[in-house]
Design a protein around this ligand. Structure first.
Ligand code: ZN
Ligand code: ZN
Length: 393
């Protein structure tokens, strides 16, 4: 890290980066529709002289900065998509696209990685190994990471680690937060169809009432979490919809329910899937009906590699000081598709504060969310410092 002064390098490009970020923030694009963003990134990376820049099939960019060892490297990932939310802020760079905004700060992530690319590319002749840059679409729909992996973003180079960050408005700009192990939950969907026998509401004994069965199933299913799994483990089963019946005096034929299963533990995730099916089908049988359960697997849990997370933490403390770093004690039951990369490569995802001091900061996915763009500086440092350490410096 002696070859350049990171603060000086960031100072040279920060105004340019903030301008780029304003541009992306004004013209956000939804998941798998990041056409202009892709074109913008492709042009800039080419202009910076990055060795290999590939536009992926629909949207997204894979780029490689080759160091001395062209076969080994570290991957860095940024997500580039926006959300279907109309921005309602007073910021000058407010979205001009009705109904779409960067309410999750992915414009920040994109620009941070672009800044990292510009700095590391300038010093590539001295890098011991290579850097793979992944500008991933569609994080918000959970489909982008899989799509990038299918399109070869982890290929042709042995990637020894992968890093990513997310900005966090509840925490002050300038701070970096991480945790080892379980970070985000898996996120799976289920659909249950209960079938009974239709009839007159006044003659229930001549029917099989799927609404009563549904009520029992909802209660029985909650005991999987509360009675079968250790209370020290975090898991959620939530019923999001329940539909059945057409009129107050008819016992309906069918009830359909949908919901989500969240878990921080891959083994418990499998256990819940198995038990959900058993409990639903057997409860329906007890009340003389039948039920079918359809589970669609979504994001795996996000588990940070312990060793790499330590390297991130120690290198940040060493170069930025104890005050810049905080251990994040809590996991989140939310999902994040960075988990797909971590199933293949050890890595770490961490948070950077992007809140304003003495101002109200609105949460991620809020129509009023707009992060402090000084967090771009923190983000560049938070990626470059551990990357250089992982490269063996
Ligand atoms: Zn989001
Ligand atoms: Zn996000």
């Amino acid at each position: 890290m002696n070859r350049f002064n990171l603060n000086d390098e960031i100072n040279i490009i920060i105004d340019e980066l903030k301008e780029y970020r304003n541009k992306l923030h004004k013209e956000p694009e939804l998941s798998m529709k990041e056409y202009k963003t892709t074109e913008f990134l492709y042009k800039k990376l080419k202009l910076f002289g990055v060795d290999e820049v590939i536009k992926v099939e629909k949207t997204g960019v894979i780029a490689t900065i080759y160091g001395k060892d062209k076969k080994k490297g570290i991957a860095l990932r940024a997500d580039i998509d926006a959300l279907p939310i109309t921005e309602e802020t007073e910021f000058l760079n407010k979205s001009i696209i009705q109904g779409v905004s960067h309410a999750c700060g992915h414009d920040m992530h994109t620009i941070i990685l672009l800044g990292v690319a510009k700095i590391l590319n300038k010093y590539k002749d001295t890098l011991p190994k290579s850097i793979r840059l992944i500008f991933q679409p569609a994080e918000e729909t959970g489909e982008g990471a899989k799509y990038m992996i299918e399109n070869g973003c982890l290929d042709n180079i042995t990637l020894e680690a992968i890093l990513a960050l997310h900005c966090w408005p509840d925490q002050p700009t300038g701070k970096i937060f991480s945790r080892s192990g379980k970070v985000c939950a898996s996120s799976d969907k289920f659909r249950i169809v209960i079938t009974g026998v239709q009839g007159h509401a006044a003659h229930p004994h001549k029917t099989i009432d799927p609404i009563v069965i549904a009520g029992n199933i909802i209660c029985a299913v909650q005991t999987i979490i509360s009675r079968e799994i250790s209370p020290l483990e975090s898991n959620v089963i939530t019923f999001g919809t329940i539909n059945g019946g057409t009129k107050e005096n008819i016992i309906s034929k069918e009830v359909e329910m949908t919901g989500t299963i969240r878990s921080l533990n891959p083994d418990i995730r499998e256990y819940i899937h198995k038990r959900l099916e058993e409990v639903v089908i057997k409860t329906a049988e007890v009340y003389r009906g039948t039920a079918k359960v359809f589970i669609t697997k979504g994001l795996p849990p996000l588990v940070n590699d312990i060793e790499i997370t330590e390297i991130v933490k120690n290198s940040i403390i060493e170069f930025l000081g104890e005050d810049c770093y905080e251990y994040n004690p809590d996991s989140s039951m939310g999902g994040e598709d960075f988990s797909y990369y971590l199933e293949r490569i050890p890595g770490s995802m961490f948070r950077i504060g992007c809140g304003f001091e003495n101002e109200k900061n609105y949460p991620l996915h809020s129509n009023k969310f707009n992060p402090n763009d000084d967090a771009i500086i923190t983000g560049i440092k938070a990626l470059i410092i551990p990357t250089l350490r992982l490269l063996g410096e």
